[in-house]
Design a binder for this molecule. Structure first.
Ligand code: PEP
Ligand code: MG
Length: 757
């Protein structure tokens, strides 16, 4: 029955050549499809060839046919999962049947007149793992099935058709208003990782190499091109495996070893070669085989298999880049929303800063480096948007809402309007805050509150002026270490600290020494897996055991502050002996600098973070040892309530506005007053207006927060009567009325006094 089967592999090649000729003819999209189905039917010697295209509403519409009733084109329709065609689309698998009507899914469309055909071969039309339609051939003769090579050949043709559908122009040939699945709006309910709203166009971080040359001239040359690319790919994997930093066992090594296994996989290589022999270029073959695999595996929910699929995707991308070369990142697009599976912080910094208005990740967590950097740059981020990479095309309209975590790909006009309003509202609000920037940070009853900002990277520094912060209350020095792939040298550390002090001018800066370990892992530091990392080998525990690391940092901090004032603070202090040891180290470094003739800081203040509840019972001796303290409420809260701050199931179970926690904070303020030691707070709660109001009511006069929070907090402050609040809050805390949250009281107070929160 089929010509393709009779002649070795030249059959599909002739068909491909004809299709290629057709592709360059100046035809309307519909006319081209009509010709293509005719060509396929002729070359495969089938009586029927039909193409069904998937619409946005999940309906497969007959778009072109040779052999079925021509009057049924655009009228014959099946739902996803309905009939043989719907089953192929839903499962992304081909069906090859000798007797179509015997298949349990068979339904027939009377308008097409297909009841007389028995043999049936249908293949999904796939692009980047997405089903765009179904291509079918049918014959009357029963009792035989299409040979395997023929099914392969039809899949190859389907790939060319997928590119045609993606190229557009087909929409108009159906009824007005019909949209194809490729342009369907899709929404994801991801995780909010960095606040803000981004409205723009998709930039795929790893652009799918859109294979522009599909047809090969000579299969042998192409097979050898493929072979060479595979050899280079394998060699590069071996090379990476041999490098020193992956020589040890570890996750990185495990991933590379999986790559190595895949790159040697005979089945994979055989499928690639087969596609080339059917007429595709090496790159088109990689794309086709990958697309088939992705479509089949995407339906599986096994996380292990899905992870392996990602590995295979990465490998195929590497191979494509090997064959075509890296495509530009599309740097010139304005309002770019970068869409990626995941990425490193440095890769984000490679983009032109002003052009990025959002980031969407399939993975990503609040503490991942790229998210920390994005937050510093003020880029809205949504994470855990599973599947977005394969659904998005470069240039698609997209909205990312970093407040809710929602992502809208190709949004409908109403959604766009809604977000445009939201964006306008936020811009107005920002403008209002900006006008508060130079207003003194005084409450309505003239209590001065120092509003400072948290920072950690050079990119944060412009915020010092823009936000109107009075200083940097927490400089997280570990961020420099986290975004680097190797340990920052002493010189690099000193350079950063100098730049920070230069930018701050007269404003005070509190540098916190390295707070690594726990969830802040430095890959180059050597790291052992711990059962309870938050309670593990971290911060000062690690620093005091590795004095070389801490001494280098202290030296860099002291040298950067030569002749000027600086403040150094130690994280995660648990025991007074740790303060003593840390202070000794500073003293030794100061003496060393003097000995070598370096200028030392004109004034040095030493402080500690209160993050571990044990310190609450040694406040008096602690205060005597220090110039200031700052409460790390994120960690203090986690240890106080025994609740993992990064675990979404429990993180919000307890309230930081509850009576016991506020009483603990008040005890610290009172101890500070007794010893005349300033007490600040630099955890996230300082940036929430209602919580900041409570802190001020408890007696805090210095709080430090993410720069975008300074505006809303100042708006709250200027409307606040601190005296009145303190009185009511103290009475409430001391009344012994349960141990619940004071949230409702604070909300009521704010409403009564018209305080924005
Ligand atoms: C804290 O724990 O509150 C804090 C400010 O430190 P980090 O969030 O960096 O642990
Ligand atoms: Mg902390």
């Amino acid at each position: 029955m089929a010509a393709l089967n009779r002649s070795d592999t030249s059959g599909p090649r002739v068909l491909m050549r004809r299709i290629r000729e057709l592709m360059i003819e100046p035809l309307e999209a519909q006319a081209r499809l009509d010709q293509i189905v005719k060509l396929i039917a002729k070359h495969m010697e089938t009586e029927v060839c039909s193409l069904y295209v998937l619409r946005a509403d999940g309906v497969l519409e007959l778009y072109a046919t040779e052999g079925l009733n021509p009057g049924s084109v655009h009228l014959a329709q099946l739902r996803l999962g309905e009939g043989l065609v719907g089953t192929i689309a839903a499962t992304a698998r081909s069906l090859n049947l000798s007797e179509a009507r015997n298949h349990p899914a068979f339904t027939y469309l009377p308008e097409t007149g297909e009841e007389v055909y028995n043999t049936f071969l249908g293949v999904p039309v796939l692009r980047a793992g997405r089903t765009l339609g179904v291509l079918v051939v049918q014959n009357k003769a029963a009792g035989r099935i299409y040979p395997e090579e023929e099914s392969e050949a039809l899949e190859t043709v389907a790939m060319v058709i997928a590119e045609m559908i993606a190229a557009g122009g087909l929409e108009g040939s159906s009824r007005p208003g019909v949209t194809l699945d490729l342009t369907r709006p899709v929404s994801y309910n991801g995780t909010p990782l960095s606040d803000g709203i981004g409205i723009g166009r998709v930039i795929l971080h790893e652009p799918r190499v859109v294979v522009s040359s599909l047809f090969n001239e000579d299969p042998e040359t192409e097979v050898s091109r493929l072979g060479q690319a595979l050899t280079i790919l394998r060699a590069s994997i071996e090379d990476m495996l041999a490098r020193r930093e992956v020589a040890d066992e570890g996750e990185h090594r495990a991933v590379l070893e999986t790559y190595r296994k895949f790159a040697q996989d005979r089945g994979w290589v055989r499928r690639l070669e087969e596609a080339v022999r059917n007429g595709l270029t090496a790159e088109a073959a990689v794309e086709k085989v990958q697309s088939d695999m992705r479509a089949r595996m995407m339906h599986l929910s096994d996380p292990y298999i899905r992870e392996r699929l990602h590995d295979f995707d990465d490998l195929a991308n590497r191979l494509l880049r090997q064959l075509i070369g890296q495509e530009g990142i599309g740097q010139d697009v304005e309002d770019a929303v970068v869409v990626a599976r995941n990425m490193g912080a440095a890769e984000l910094l490679d983009y032109h800063r002003g052009q990025i208005c959002g980031l969407v990740l399939e993975e990503g967590a609040a503490t991942s480096h790229v998210v920390i950097v994005a937050r510093a740059l003020g880029i809205p981020v949504a994470g855990q948007a599973k599947g977005v990479v394969s659904m998005a095309e470069n240039g698609d309209a997209i909205i990312v809402d970093g407040e809710s975590g929602d992502v809208h790909l190709r949004p409908a006009q109403e959604v766009r309007d809604l977000f445009a309003d939201k964006l306008r509202f936020r811009a107005e609000r920002k403008e209002r805050y900006r006008s508060l920037r130079d207003v003194p940070s005084l409450s309505r009853d003239n209590v001065a509150i120092s509003l400072q900002m948290n920072a950690g990277l050079l990119v944060d520094l412009p915020q010092l002026v823009e936000s109107g912060a009075e200083g940097i209350g927490l400089f997280r020095t570990e961020l420099q270490f986290m975004v680097a792939s190797t340990m920052p040298r002493a010189r690099d550390q000193e350079r950063l600290y100098t730049a920070v002090l230069d930018a701050a001018g007269e404003k005070p800066v509190t540098f916190r020494t390295l707070d690594v370990g726990g969830d802040k892992i430095l890959p180059y530091l050597g790291h052992t897996v711990e059962e309870n990392p938050a309670l593990g080998y971290r911060a000062m525990r690690l620093a005091l055991d590795r004095p070389g690391l801490l001494r280098t940092q202290l030296r860099a901090l002291l040298k950067a502050a030569a002749g000027r004032e600086t403040r150094i603070m130690f994280p995660m202090i648990t025991d007074l002996s740790e303060v003593r040891q840390a202070k000794d180290l500073i003293q030794r470094e100061l003496e060393r600098l003097s000995r070598f003739g370096y200028e030392t800081p004109s004034r040095l203040k030493i402080g500690a973070m209160i993050e571990v509840p044990a310190l609450l019972y040694q406040l008096d001796p602690l205060m005597e040892m220090l110039d200031f303290v700052s409460i790390g409420s994120n960690d203090l809260f986690q240890f106080f309530f025994a609740v993992d701050r990064g675990n979404a199931n429990v993180a919000n179970r307890y309230d930081d506005l509850s009576v016991p926690f506020l009483k603990a904070l008040r005890d610290v303020v009172r101890a500070g007053e007794r010893h005349n030691v300033p007490v600040a707070l630099c955890g996230e709660m300082a940036g929430r207006p209602l919580a900041a109001m409570a802190l001020i009511g408890l007696g805090f006069r210095r709080i430090s927060m993410a720069p975008p929070s300074i505006g809303p907090i100042k708006a709250m402050l200027v409307a606040l009567d601190v005296g009145a609040l303190s009185e009511e809050l103290t009475a409430l805390l001391d009344s012994g009325e349960g141990a619940g949250s004071v949230g409702p009281f604070l909300r009521d107070f704010a409403t009564r006094h018209a305080i924005p929160y």
